[in-house]
Design a protein around this ligand. Structure first.
Ligand code: FES
Ligand code: FES
Length: 153
């Protein structure tokens, strides 16, 4: 039996331990904010936090998340940094179609937790694995700077 803690809530799972965490989040825990894009760690749509680190849940086996703290976009706003990121996203109207954006927000939050004042180069490096087909990259970068400014004020 695998024990998972998702957004502070305990879950038990006795199925295939190699099943991707993304399937558990979406199909078992009914947390559909985390998206499926490529299934191959190439797009970032499925990004969640595992003990605060941004990971691709489409290639992370459920077993690898056992005993760790999993945070999804549904709960990231409860965190001070996550809240600032979401507020900046809204203020700068970052979203276009929205499909990639939960992953973008999770990666941006993980970045700002480890780097309180990232440069453009830091942002580009940290966010390079999150693809946006609507090309909202300029607004994403601006929103990360906005969130960093809010958090340092
Ligand atoms: S769905 Fe996981 S990186 Fe694309
Ligand atoms: S907002 Fe459409 S894919 Fe990013």
């Amino acid at each position: 039996m695998i024990q998972l803690t998702i957004n502070g809530k305990g879950h038990s799972y006795d199925g295939d331990p190699s099943m991707p965490l993304l399937w558990f989040l979406r199909d078992v825990a009914d947390l559909t904010g985390t998206k499926y894009g490529c299934g191959m760690a190439l797009c970032g749509a499925c990004t969640v936090h595992l003990d605060g680190q941004a990971i691709r849940s489409c290639v992370t086996p459920v077993a690898a998340a056992a005993g760790k703290k999993i945070t999804t976009v549904e709960a990231v706003g409860a965190d001070k940094v996550g809240h600032a990121v979401q507020a900046a996203w809204q203020k700068l109207d970052v979203v276009q179609c929205g499909y990639c954006q939960s992953g973008q927000i999770m990666s941006a939050t993980a970045l700002l937790k480890s780097n309180h004042k990232p440069s453009d180069a830091d942002i580009d490096a940290a966010m390079s694995g999150n693809v946006c087909r609507c090309a909202t990259y300029v607004r994403i970068r601006a929103a990360i700077h906005e969130a960093a400014g809010t958090l340092s004020a």
